[in-house]
Design a binder for this molecule. Structure first.
Ligand SMILES: CC(C)NC(=O)[C@H](Cc1c[nH]c2ccccc12)NC(=O)[C@H](CCCC/N=C(/NCCC(=O)O)S[C@H]1O[C@H](COP(=O)(O)OP(=O)(O)OC[C@H]2O[C@@H](n3cnc4c(N)ncnc43)[C@H](O)[C@@H]2O)[C@@H](O)[C@H]1O)NC(=O)OCc1ccccc1
Length: 230
């Protein structure tokens, strides 16, 4: 077995569940209240921008009521201490990894606390306020052109080149709190294995990709991730 120098970690909604952030497919999951295609596609935004903006405004406001948990904190500690390459790729649009202190972090599906102006193309931090009220772009001051800086279904995830390069060079790939239902993220374990990496899954229940992993540890991220990092 290769020595472990370079690590890629993929997280999903399960890593934020113990902080009180709803997952997507669990009971009372996010998609329970809404059909994906009604709130998380470019077509939905064209059809009913107000509904989509309200959906993300609600989730952005919720962020102010939740805190990073032991899993976020353990991953931030590992980031600070790990001498080799490390990349934490999250599918989550919440800011809990950031607030826990993770630096080598990449939001492949975007962030709730960021706005994307379709007039000037600029992205800007958007912490407070409601995008449903069509505020002005902080960069170009034009009204009504802001959309959530979120990767919707059918849209290309962010920084795929950087992710693929890290997967090609990693010795260990770890997946935490994801159902393995959404691509291209769900295919990362196969890429990592293709390049000879060890692969570990930490999840509450078996995921759609569990059979791809060398090892799967079933349980809560808030308990198993600190143990794994120790
Ligand atoms: C539904 C699925 C079949 N569809 C797709 O995958 C589509 C289409 C597609 C592309 N390739 C394919 C190949 C085959 C089939 C389909 C496709 N993919 C796309 O459209 C992607 C874009 C997808 C991104 C969409 N945006 C999201 N998020 C932002 C929005 C928002 O957040 O509102 S996806 C969103 O859903 C996914 C949810 O999954 P999870 O995070 O895993 O959450 P879930 O609730 O499902 O599971 C939670 C897990 O945690 C566990 N758990 C719970 N509690 C705990 C706990 N306490 N501890 C540990 N584990 C826990 C549970 O057991 C469970 O397993 C995440 O990715 C999340 O980000 N874009 C694209 O393909 O563009 C073109 C392209 C691609 C490449 C190159 C060129 C062009």
């Amino acid at each position: 077995m290769r020595d472990i120098h370079n690590i890629v970690i993929l997280t999903g909604a399960g890593v934020s569940a113990e902080s009180g952030v709803a997952t997507f497919r669990g009971p009372d999951g996010l998609w329970e209240g809404h059909r994906v295609e009604d709130v998380a596609t470019p077509e939905a935004f064209a059809r009913d921008p107000d509904l989509v903006q309200k959906f993300y405004d609600e989730r952005r406001a919720k962020l102010k009521t939740v805190e990073p948990n032991a899993a976020h904190q353990a991953l931030a500690k590992l980031d600070q201490a790990w001498p080799g390459d490390l990349l934490l790729v999250t599918q989550n649009v919440d800011d809990l990894h950031d607030r826990a202190g993770s630096q080598r972090l990449l939001h492949m599906h975007g962030e709730l606390n960021s706005a994307w102006c379709l007039a000037c193309g600029e992205r800007s931090s958007f912490l407070d306020g409601q995008m449903a009220l069509d505020p002005a772009c902080p960069k170009c001051d034009q009204f009504g052109f802001l959309r959530p800086d979120i990767v919707w279904f059918g849209e290309m995830p962010y920084e795929m080149e950087r992710i693929e390069l890290a997967l090609a060079q990693c010795d260990l790939f770890v997946s935490i709190g994801t159902s393995g239902a959404v691509y291209p993220a769900a295919g990362f374990v196969q890429s990592a294995r293709h390049y000879g990496a060890q692969t570990l899954e930490i999840n509450l229940y078996p995921s759609e990709g569990s059979f791809h992993f060398h090892e799967s540890r079933m349980g809560k991220a808030g308990e198993l991730v600190p143990d794994w990092v120790e």
